[in-house]
Design a protein around this ligand. Structure first.
Ligand SMILES: O=c1ccn([C@@H]2O[C@H](COP(=O)(O)OP(=O)(O)O[C@H]3OC[C@@H](O)[C@H](O)[C@H]3O)[C@@H](O)[C@H]2O)c(=O)[nH]1
Length: 417
Protein backbone atom coordinates (compact mmCIF):
# COMPACT_ATOMS: atom_id res chain seq x y z
CA UNK A 1 0.00 0.00 0.00
CA UNK A 2 2.83 2.32 1.03
CA UNK A 3 4.66 1.44 -2.18
CA UNK A 4 1.58 2.30 -4.31
CA UNK A 5 1.24 5.72 -2.54
CA UNK A 6 4.91 6.40 -3.23
CA UNK A 7 4.54 5.56 -6.90
CA UNK A 8 1.56 7.94 -7.24
CA UNK A 9 3.52 10.66 -5.49
CA UNK A 10 6.50 10.10 -7.72
CA UNK A 11 4.30 10.28 -10.81
CA UNK A 12 2.61 13.44 -9.56
CA UNK A 13 5.89 15.16 -8.79
CA UNK A 14 7.36 13.99 -12.12
CA UNK A 15 4.54 15.35 -14.21
CA UNK A 16 4.59 18.58 -12.19
CA UNK A 17 8.27 18.96 -12.89
CA UNK A 18 7.76 18.30 -16.59
CA UNK A 19 5.01 20.96 -16.73
CA UNK A 20 7.18 23.41 -14.87
CA UNK A 21 10.03 22.63 -17.22
CA UNK A 22 7.86 23.36 -20.22
CA UNK A 23 6.53 26.59 -18.73
CA UNK A 24 10.06 27.59 -17.80
CA UNK A 25 11.25 26.68 -21.22
CA UNK A 26 8.58 28.77 -22.82
CA UNK A 27 9.06 31.68 -20.51
CA UNK A 28 12.84 31.61 -20.63
CA UNK A 29 12.82 31.39 -24.44
CA UNK A 30 10.64 34.34 -25.45
CA UNK A 31 9.49 36.17 -22.51
CA UNK A 32 5.73 35.51 -22.22
CA UNK A 33 3.42 32.76 -23.48
CA UNK A 34 1.39 35.40 -25.30
CA UNK A 35 4.44 36.41 -27.27
CA UNK A 36 5.11 32.79 -28.14
CA UNK A 37 1.54 32.39 -29.31
CA UNK A 38 1.89 35.44 -31.56
CA UNK A 39 5.21 34.23 -32.94
CA UNK A 40 3.76 30.84 -33.70
CA UNK A 41 0.82 32.46 -35.39
CA UNK A 42 3.15 34.70 -37.37
CA UNK A 43 5.14 31.70 -38.47
CA UNK A 44 1.94 29.95 -39.38
CA UNK A 45 0.90 32.93 -41.52
CA UNK A 46 4.34 33.18 -43.10
CA UNK A 47 4.11 29.52 -43.93
CA UNK A 48 0.62 30.00 -45.36
CA UNK A 49 1.84 33.05 -47.33
CA UNK A 50 4.78 31.10 -48.71
CA UNK A 51 2.52 28.20 -49.64
CA UNK A 52 0.09 30.67 -51.13
CA UNK A 53 2.68 32.50 -53.23
CA UNK A 54 4.22 29.20 -54.38
CA UNK A 55 0.75 28.00 -55.19
CA UNK A 56 0.05 31.31 -56.99
CA UNK A 57 3.20 31.19 -59.09
CA UNK A 58 2.49 27.52 -59.86
CA UNK A 59 -1.01 28.50 -60.80
CA UNK A 60 0.20 31.41 -62.93
CA UNK A 61 2.69 29.17 -64.71
CA UNK A 62 0.00 26.57 -65.26
CA UNK A 63 -2.37 29.23 -66.60
CA UNK A 64 0.37 30.60 -68.83
CA UNK A 65 0.93 27.15 -70.33
CA UNK A 66 -2.80 26.64 -70.78
CA UNK A 67 -3.09 30.05 -72.44
CA UNK A 68 -0.23 29.27 -74.82
CA UNK A 69 -1.86 25.91 -75.67
CA UNK A 70 -5.20 27.62 -76.21
CA UNK A 71 -3.58 30.25 -78.44
CA UNK A 72 -1.92 27.48 -80.45
CA UNK A 73 -5.27 25.72 -80.83
CA UNK A 74 -6.97 28.97 -81.87
CA UNK A 75 -4.28 29.55 -84.50
CA UNK A 76 -4.69 25.97 -85.74
CA UNK A 77 -8.45 26.45 -85.99
CA UNK A 78 -8.02 29.79 -87.77
CA UNK A 79 -5.70 28.14 -90.30
CA UNK A 80 -8.19 25.30 -90.76
CA UNK A 81 -11.02 27.79 -91.26
CA UNK A 82 -8.96 29.73 -93.76
CA UNK A 83 -8.25 26.45 -95.56
CA UNK A 84 -11.99 25.68 -95.66
CA UNK A 85 -12.77 29.20 -96.83
CA UNK A 86 -10.21 28.85 -99.59
CA UNK A 87 -11.81 25.57 -100.63
CA UNK A 88 -15.28 27.04 -100.86
CA UNK A 89 -15.83 27.71 -104.53
CA UNK A 90 -15.82 31.45 -105.08
CA UNK A 91 -18.16 32.81 -107.72
CA UNK A 92 -16.54 33.25 -111.14
CA UNK A 93 -15.37 36.75 -112.02
CA UNK A 94 -17.77 38.61 -114.29
CA UNK A 95 -17.59 37.49 -117.89
CA UNK A 96 -18.93 39.57 -120.74
CA UNK A 97 -21.61 37.99 -122.89
CA UNK A 98 -20.58 37.61 -126.55
CA UNK A 99 -22.75 36.18 -129.29
CA UNK A 100 -21.51 33.56 -131.76
CA UNK A 101 -20.37 36.23 -134.22
CA UNK A 102 -18.05 38.02 -131.76
CA UNK A 103 -17.02 35.14 -129.50
CA UNK A 104 -13.63 33.66 -130.43
CA UNK A 105 -12.24 30.22 -129.60
CA UNK A 106 -8.76 30.91 -128.28
CA UNK A 107 -5.96 28.50 -127.37
CA UNK A 108 -3.34 29.71 -124.89
CA UNK A 109 -0.29 27.46 -124.64
CA UNK A 110 1.43 27.90 -121.29
CA UNK A 111 -1.84 29.41 -120.05
CA UNK A 112 -1.24 28.28 -116.46
CA UNK A 113 2.07 30.15 -116.30
CA UNK A 114 2.86 33.62 -115.01
CA UNK A 115 2.09 35.68 -118.15
CA UNK A 116 -0.29 33.11 -119.69
CA UNK A 117 -2.67 33.08 -116.73
CA UNK A 118 -3.01 36.89 -116.72
CA UNK A 119 -3.74 36.75 -120.45
CA UNK A 120 -6.35 34.04 -119.82
CA UNK A 121 -8.03 36.23 -117.16
CA UNK A 122 -8.36 39.11 -119.58
CA UNK A 123 -9.61 36.98 -122.50
CA UNK A 124 -12.08 35.13 -120.28
CA UNK A 125 -13.47 38.38 -118.89
CA UNK A 126 -13.86 39.63 -122.45
CA UNK A 127 -16.22 36.67 -123.01
CA UNK A 128 -14.22 34.33 -125.27
CA UNK A 129 -13.95 30.55 -125.18
CA UNK A 130 -10.53 29.73 -123.79
CA UNK A 131 -8.58 26.50 -123.95
CA UNK A 132 -5.40 26.36 -121.89
CA UNK A 133 -2.77 23.77 -122.61
CA UNK A 134 0.08 23.42 -120.12
CA UNK A 135 2.54 20.71 -119.07
CA UNK A 136 2.87 22.33 -115.60
CA UNK A 137 6.65 22.41 -115.73
CA UNK A 138 6.62 26.02 -114.55
CA UNK A 139 2.88 26.70 -114.75
CA UNK A 140 0.57 25.84 -111.84
CA UNK A 141 -3.13 24.98 -111.75
CA UNK A 142 -3.70 27.50 -108.98
CA UNK A 143 -3.05 30.28 -111.51
CA UNK A 144 -6.22 29.38 -113.43
CA UNK A 145 -8.27 27.77 -110.66
CA UNK A 146 -10.75 30.64 -110.66
CA UNK A 147 -11.91 29.48 -114.11
CA UNK A 148 -12.02 25.74 -113.60
CA UNK A 149 -15.56 24.50 -114.29
CA UNK A 150 -16.60 27.66 -116.19
CA UNK A 151 -18.52 26.92 -119.38
CA UNK A 152 -16.10 29.07 -121.44
CA UNK A 153 -12.97 27.45 -120.02
CA UNK A 154 -11.07 24.25 -120.70
CA UNK A 155 -7.77 23.06 -119.25
CA UNK A 156 -5.66 20.45 -121.03
CA UNK A 157 -2.65 18.88 -119.31
CA UNK A 158 -0.36 18.24 -122.26
CA UNK A 159 3.11 19.04 -123.50
CA UNK A 160 2.92 20.92 -126.81
CA UNK A 161 5.92 18.95 -128.06
CA UNK A 162 3.18 16.39 -128.80
CA UNK A 163 0.65 17.38 -131.49
CA UNK A 164 -2.64 18.85 -130.31
CA UNK A 165 -5.91 18.71 -132.21
CA UNK A 166 -8.37 21.44 -131.28
CA UNK A 167 -10.57 23.75 -133.31
CA UNK A 168 -9.68 27.36 -132.55
CA UNK A 169 -9.66 30.82 -134.15
CA UNK A 170 -6.57 32.20 -132.40
CA UNK A 171 -3.50 30.75 -130.72
CA UNK A 172 -1.32 32.57 -128.19
CA UNK A 173 1.78 30.41 -128.08
CA UNK A 174 3.44 31.20 -124.74
CA UNK A 175 4.55 27.74 -123.62
CA UNK A 176 8.24 27.66 -122.66
CA UNK A 177 10.25 28.07 -119.52
CA UNK A 178 11.38 31.73 -119.48
CA UNK A 179 13.55 32.17 -116.40
CA UNK A 180 17.24 31.50 -117.19
CA UNK A 181 17.38 29.07 -114.26
CA UNK A 182 14.39 27.12 -115.61
CA UNK A 183 15.31 27.14 -119.30
CA UNK A 184 18.89 26.04 -118.52
CA UNK A 185 17.58 23.22 -116.30
CA UNK A 186 16.95 21.05 -119.38
CA UNK A 187 18.33 22.84 -122.46
CA UNK A 188 17.31 20.08 -124.89
CA UNK A 189 13.73 20.23 -123.65
CA UNK A 190 13.77 24.04 -123.99
CA UNK A 191 14.93 23.72 -127.60
CA UNK A 192 12.27 21.06 -128.34
CA UNK A 193 9.52 23.25 -126.86
CA UNK A 194 10.55 26.22 -128.96
CA UNK A 195 11.12 24.29 -132.18
CA UNK A 196 8.90 21.17 -132.26
CA UNK A 197 6.32 22.86 -130.03
CA UNK A 198 6.21 25.89 -132.32
CA UNK A 199 5.97 23.70 -135.43
CA UNK A 200 3.00 21.94 -133.81
CA UNK A 201 1.26 25.25 -133.11
CA UNK A 202 1.99 26.65 -136.58
CA UNK A 203 0.80 23.36 -138.09
CA UNK A 204 -2.39 23.56 -136.04
CA UNK A 205 -2.89 27.20 -137.11
CA UNK A 206 -2.45 26.16 -140.72
CA UNK A 207 -4.91 23.24 -140.43
CA UNK A 208 -7.71 25.19 -138.73
CA UNK A 209 -6.96 28.59 -140.30
CA UNK A 210 -6.18 30.24 -136.95
CA UNK A 211 -4.16 33.37 -136.37
CA UNK A 212 -1.13 32.65 -134.17
CA UNK A 213 0.89 34.91 -131.87
CA UNK A 214 4.37 33.66 -130.95
CA UNK A 215 5.84 34.83 -127.64
CA UNK A 216 9.41 35.66 -128.52
CA UNK A 217 11.86 37.50 -126.28
CA UNK A 218 14.32 40.34 -125.89
CA UNK A 219 16.87 37.55 -125.59
CA UNK A 220 16.90 37.24 -129.39
CA UNK A 221 19.12 40.36 -129.22
CA UNK A 222 21.61 38.43 -127.03
CA UNK A 223 24.18 40.71 -125.43
CA UNK A 224 23.26 43.68 -127.63
CA UNK A 225 25.71 46.01 -129.31
CA UNK A 226 22.91 48.43 -130.22
CA UNK A 227 21.14 50.37 -127.49
CA UNK A 228 18.19 50.66 -127.06
CA UNK A 229 17.16 47.68 -129.15
CA UNK A 230 14.87 48.25 -132.16
CA UNK A 231 13.22 45.28 -133.90
CA UNK A 232 15.48 45.85 -136.91
CA UNK A 233 18.55 44.87 -134.86
CA UNK A 234 19.64 41.30 -135.65
CA UNK A 235 21.22 40.62 -132.30
CA UNK A 236 24.44 39.32 -130.83
CA UNK A 237 23.89 35.78 -129.59
CA UNK A 238 26.42 33.13 -128.60
CA UNK A 239 25.01 30.07 -130.41
CA UNK A 240 26.74 27.56 -128.12
CA UNK A 241 26.57 29.41 -124.80
CA UNK A 242 24.44 28.40 -121.79
CA UNK A 243 21.61 30.73 -122.85
CA UNK A 244 21.55 29.48 -126.44
CA UNK A 245 18.81 26.89 -125.82
CA UNK A 246 16.41 29.76 -125.17
CA UNK A 247 17.88 32.55 -127.30
CA UNK A 248 18.40 30.38 -130.37
CA UNK A 249 15.24 28.41 -129.63
CA UNK A 250 13.22 31.63 -129.82
CA UNK A 251 15.11 32.79 -132.90
CA UNK A 252 14.20 29.52 -134.65
CA UNK A 253 10.65 29.99 -133.40
CA UNK A 254 10.55 33.38 -135.17
CA UNK A 255 12.14 31.89 -138.30
CA UNK A 256 9.54 29.11 -138.36
CA UNK A 257 6.72 31.65 -137.95
CA UNK A 258 7.76 33.68 -140.97
CA UNK A 259 8.40 30.51 -143.00
CA UNK A 260 4.83 29.34 -142.27
CA UNK A 261 3.54 32.86 -142.97
CA UNK A 262 5.29 33.03 -146.31
CA UNK A 263 4.80 29.48 -147.56
CA UNK A 264 1.67 28.28 -145.78
CA UNK A 265 -0.14 31.63 -145.56
CA UNK A 266 -0.48 31.36 -141.78
CA UNK A 267 -1.31 34.68 -140.15
CA UNK A 268 1.45 35.25 -137.57
CA UNK A 269 2.23 37.85 -134.93
CA UNK A 270 5.57 37.96 -133.10
CA UNK A 271 5.94 39.68 -129.71
CA UNK A 272 9.47 40.23 -128.39
CA UNK A 273 8.81 40.32 -124.67
CA UNK A 274 11.21 42.24 -122.43
CA UNK A 275 11.67 41.63 -118.69
CA UNK A 276 8.30 41.42 -116.96
CA UNK A 277 7.20 41.11 -113.35
CA UNK A 278 3.97 40.79 -111.41
CA UNK A 279 1.87 38.51 -109.24
CA UNK A 280 2.01 34.76 -109.99
CA UNK A 281 5.74 34.77 -110.69
CA UNK A 282 7.02 31.49 -109.32
CA UNK A 283 8.43 31.61 -105.77
CA UNK A 284 11.58 29.92 -107.07
CA UNK A 285 11.52 31.64 -110.44
CA UNK A 286 15.15 32.65 -109.97
CA UNK A 287 14.82 35.91 -111.90
CA UNK A 288 16.05 39.13 -110.46
CA UNK A 289 12.74 40.69 -109.36
CA UNK A 290 11.45 37.65 -107.48
CA UNK A 291 14.90 36.91 -106.01
CA UNK A 292 15.42 40.45 -104.73
CA UNK A 293 11.90 40.77 -103.32
CA UNK A 294 12.06 37.45 -101.49
CA UNK A 295 15.55 38.18 -100.17
CA UNK A 296 14.43 41.59 -98.90
CA UNK A 297 11.27 40.15 -97.31
CA UNK A 298 13.33 37.47 -95.54
CA UNK A 299 16.06 39.93 -94.52
CA UNK A 300 18.57 37.82 -96.41
CA UNK A 301 21.47 39.30 -98.41
CA UNK A 302 20.44 40.59 -101.84
CA UNK A 303 22.55 38.76 -104.42
CA UNK A 304 23.82 40.89 -107.28
CA UNK A 305 25.45 38.75 -109.97
CA UNK A 306 28.68 40.31 -111.24
CA UNK A 307 29.33 44.05 -111.10
CA UNK A 308 25.65 44.98 -110.96
CA UNK A 309 26.26 47.59 -113.65
CA UNK A 310 24.30 45.54 -116.22
CA UNK A 311 20.93 47.10 -116.97
CA UNK A 312 17.37 45.89 -117.46
CA UNK A 313 14.00 47.56 -118.11
CA UNK A 314 10.98 46.07 -116.34
CA UNK A 315 7.35 46.15 -117.36
CA UNK A 316 4.34 45.20 -115.29
CA UNK A 317 2.44 42.13 -116.43
CA UNK A 318 -0.89 43.91 -117.15
CA UNK A 319 0.87 46.18 -119.65
CA UNK A 320 2.32 43.16 -121.40
CA UNK A 321 -1.08 41.45 -121.58
CA UNK A 322 -2.62 44.59 -123.13
CA UNK A 323 0.22 44.66 -125.65
CA UNK A 324 -0.21 40.98 -126.58
CA UNK A 325 -3.94 41.39 -127.23
CA UNK A 326 -3.40 44.61 -129.21
CA UNK A 327 -0.82 42.85 -131.34
CA UNK A 328 -3.06 39.84 -132.00
CA UNK A 329 -5.93 42.17 -132.94
CA UNK A 330 -3.78 44.34 -135.21
CA UNK A 331 -2.86 43.77 -138.83
CA UNK A 332 0.82 44.23 -138.07
CA UNK A 333 2.81 41.08 -138.84
CA UNK A 334 6.45 42.06 -138.18
CA UNK A 335 8.05 41.46 -134.74
CA UNK A 336 7.11 44.00 -132.06
CA UNK A 337 9.00 44.81 -128.86
CA UNK A 338 6.80 44.84 -125.75
CA UNK A 339 8.55 46.31 -122.74
CA UNK A 340 8.93 49.31 -120.51
CA UNK A 341 11.85 51.53 -121.55
CA UNK A 342 12.60 52.70 -117.98
CA UNK A 343 16.12 51.39 -117.55
CA UNK A 344 18.06 50.76 -114.32
CA UNK A 345 21.24 49.00 -113.34
CA UNK A 346 20.84 45.85 -111.27
CA UNK A 347 22.57 47.65 -108.39
CA UNK A 348 19.86 50.32 -108.55
CA UNK A 349 17.15 47.64 -108.60
CA UNK A 350 18.59 46.13 -105.44
CA UNK A 351 18.27 49.47 -103.64
CA UNK A 352 14.81 50.27 -105.09
CA UNK A 353 13.39 46.90 -104.07
CA UNK A 354 15.02 46.88 -100.65
CA UNK A 355 13.59 50.34 -99.94
CA UNK A 356 10.12 49.44 -101.16
CA UNK A 357 10.07 46.29 -99.03
CA UNK A 358 11.43 48.24 -96.08
CA UNK A 359 13.94 45.47 -95.44
CA UNK A 360 17.34 45.65 -93.82
CA UNK A 361 19.09 43.32 -96.26
CA UNK A 362 22.61 44.12 -97.29
CA UNK A 363 23.57 43.86 -100.92
CA UNK A 364 26.27 41.32 -101.74
CA UNK A 365 28.06 40.54 -104.98
CA UNK A 366 28.32 37.00 -106.32
CA UNK A 367 30.11 35.74 -109.46
CA UNK A 368 28.82 37.03 -112.80
CA UNK A 369 26.60 34.86 -114.98
CA UNK A 370 28.10 33.60 -118.25
CA UNK A 371 26.96 35.56 -121.34
CA UNK A 372 24.79 37.84 -119.18
CA UNK A 373 23.49 40.64 -121.47
CA UNK A 374 25.04 43.89 -120.26
CA UNK A 375 22.44 46.40 -121.42
CA UNK A 376 18.79 45.98 -122.27
CA UNK A 377 16.13 48.54 -123.08
CA UNK A 378 13.37 48.25 -125.67
CA UNK A 379 12.81 50.72 -128.43
CA UNK A 380 8.99 50.70 -128.45
CA UNK A 381 8.42 53.03 -131.42
CA UNK A 382 6.81 50.18 -133.40
CA UNK A 383 4.37 49.26 -130.65
CA UNK A 384 3.43 52.90 -130.18
CA UNK A 385 3.01 53.47 -133.92
CA UNK A 386 1.18 50.30 -134.99
CA UNK A 387 -0.56 49.18 -131.81
CA UNK A 388 -0.98 52.57 -130.12
CA UNK A 389 0.39 50.79 -127.09
CA UNK A 390 2.73 51.99 -124.39
CA UNK A 391 3.15 50.84 -120.80
CA UNK A 392 0.88 52.50 -118.24
CA UNK A 393 2.12 51.11 -114.93
CA UNK A 394 5.15 52.87 -113.44
CA UNK A 395 8.04 50.84 -112.02
CA UNK A 396 7.40 51.66 -108.36
CA UNK A 397 3.62 51.06 -108.59
CA UNK A 398 4.15 47.75 -110.35
CA UNK A 399 6.80 46.64 -107.88
CA UNK A 400 4.47 47.46 -104.95
CA UNK A 401 1.88 45.04 -106.41
CA UNK A 402 4.49 42.34 -107.02
CA UNK A 403 5.87 42.79 -103.48
CA UNK A 404 2.34 42.53 -102.02
CA UNK A 405 1.89 39.24 -103.89
CA UNK A 406 5.17 37.75 -102.64
CA UNK A 407 4.45 38.92 -99.08
CA UNK A 408 1.19 36.96 -99.19
CA UNK A 409 2.77 33.89 -100.80
CA UNK A 410 5.56 33.89 -98.23
CA UNK A 411 3.04 33.98 -95.37
CA UNK A 412 1.13 31.09 -96.94
CA UNK A 413 4.26 28.99 -97.39
CA UNK A 414 5.45 29.70 -93.82
CA UNK A 415 2.07 28.55 -92.47
CA UNK A 416 2.41 25.27 -94.29
CA UNK A 417 5.73 24.37 -92.68
O1 LIG B 1 19.46 37.05 -107.98
C1 LIG B 1 19.76 37.60 -109.07
C2 LIG B 1 19.12 37.27 -110.30
C3 LIG B 1 19.52 37.91 -111.44
N1 LIG B 1 20.47 38.86 -111.40
C4 LIG B 1 20.86 39.62 -112.62
O2 LIG B 1 19.72 40.39 -113.00
C5 LIG B 1 19.66 40.50 -114.42
C6 LIG B 1 18.32 40.02 -114.90
O3 LIG B 1 18.26 38.63 -114.75
P1 LIG B 1 16.93 37.78 -114.91
O4 LIG B 1 17.29 36.38 -114.57
O5 LIG B 1 15.84 38.40 -114.16
O6 LIG B 1 16.51 37.89 -116.43
P2 LIG B 1 17.36 38.07 -117.77
O7 LIG B 1 17.20 39.47 -118.18
O8 LIG B 1 18.73 37.57 -117.65
O9 LIG B 1 16.58 37.10 -118.73
C7 LIG B 1 15.23 37.32 -119.01
O10 LIG B 1 15.17 38.11 -120.13
C8 LIG B 1 13.92 38.45 -120.66
C9 LIG B 1 12.90 37.34 -120.65
O11 LIG B 1 12.58 36.89 -121.94
C10 LIG B 1 13.18 36.19 -119.78
O12 LIG B 1 12.32 36.29 -118.70
C11 LIG B 1 14.55 36.02 -119.23
O13 LIG B 1 15.27 35.24 -120.08
C12 LIG B 1 20.83 39.71 -114.94
O14 LIG B 1 21.89 40.57 -115.19
C13 LIG B 1 21.19 38.75 -113.82
O15 LIG B 1 22.54 38.37 -113.81
C14 LIG B 1 21.09 39.20 -110.22
O16 LIG B 1 21.98 40.07 -110.16
N2 LIG B 1 20.73 38.55 -109.09
Amino acid sequence: MLIRVNVYLALLIGSGLVSLGIIYGLVSNNGSPKHEFETQNKRKFQFVDAVKSEYNSDLINKLKIELALANGKIEQLQNKMQGFEERIKKPYPNVKYLNYRTKKRILVTGGAGFVGSHLVDKLMKAGHDITVVDNFFTGVKANVEQWIGHANFELIHQDIVNPLFVEVDEIYHLASPASPQHYMFNPVKTIKTNTIGTINMLGLAKRVGAKVLIASTSEVYGDPEVHPQPETYWGHVNPIGPRACYDEGKRVSETLSYAYAKHEKVSVRVARIFNTHGPRMHMNDGRVVSNFILQALRNEPITVYGSGNQTRSFQYVSDLVDGLISLMDSNYTQPVNLGNPTEHTINEFAVIINNLVGGKSKVITTPAVEDDPQRRKPDITRAMTYLHWKPKVGLQDGLQMTIAYFRKELKKSQKNF
